[in-house]
Design a protein around this ligand. Structure first.
Ligand code: HQG
Length: 181
């Protein structure tokens, strides 16, 4: 499949597996899965003819590994980034000492005042390295990378999870654990 087509299908999958399954007439399980056959049939009804092999290509070729199959290979879900109410049931994980969050300067005052909030998503998304955080911030403008004292948070009892594609998730980051550059 061409790169452009891969991206187009990936965006469509993100939309339906994270935000709007109902628009496609599919229902996700409480932990975010949908049967591959159900998804492909729904996409077909919606005008996108995708074979299982092409879906495999989209999942394997996705730049951020946004989607994953379950062990049986019969179900698929988004690995993170949901706005619909799902519980991915990821195990708690011990974070590295420092994590990073990429944002833009216009959000800084609010973030330093009230901390990082999940906004429309389920969790605050943090990166393990500053370069990734910079890319995340750059989606919105000139990126600003904040450091998060993840060790301090963990010691204070905050829970972390790491998604299948290496994004660190936590409910919120209070301002005291944030450092600006
Ligand atoms: C900001 C993409 C004001 C926060 C990316 C961010 C990531 C606040 C925006 C993933 C705030 C939320 C997630 C506060 C946070 N006041 N602004 N208190 N707390 N913000 O998109 O982290 O391509 O929900 O800084 O690459 O930007 O979708 O989160 O700018 O991995 O796979 O509010 O989404 O991945 O935006 O991005 P988002 P994010 P995908």
């Amino acid at each position: 499949m061409e790169e452009r087509q891969l991206i187009r299908v990936s965006k469509r999958l993100s939309r339906h597996l994270r935000h709007a399954p109902g628009d496609l007439g599919i229902t996700l399980t409480p932990d975010g899965w949908v049967e591959v056959d159900t998804l492909l049939a729904a996409l077909r009804r919606d005008g996108l003819n995708l074979t299982r092999a092409q879906l495999d290509e989209v999942v394997a070729g996705n730049d951020k590994q946004r989607f994953a199959f379950d062990e049986s290979g019969l179900r698929i879900r988004a690995s993170q980034g949901h706005s619909v109410d799902v519980d991915l049931a990821l195990p708690a994980a011990i974070p590295p000492d420092v994590l990073y969050h990429g944002t833009v300067s216009r959000f800084l005052d609010a973030i330093l005042r009230e901390g990082l909030r999940p906004m429309k998503r389920h969790a605050v998304h943090l990166s393990a390295d500053p370069a990734t955080a910079r890319t995340v911030g750059a989606r919105r403008g000139v990126p600003v990378v904040l450091t998060v004292d993840a060790r301090g948070m963990a010691e204070a009892g905050h829970e972390f999870q790491v998604s299948a594609n290496g994004v660190w998730l936590t409910a919120a980051v209070p301002p005291g654990f944030l450092r600006r550059p």
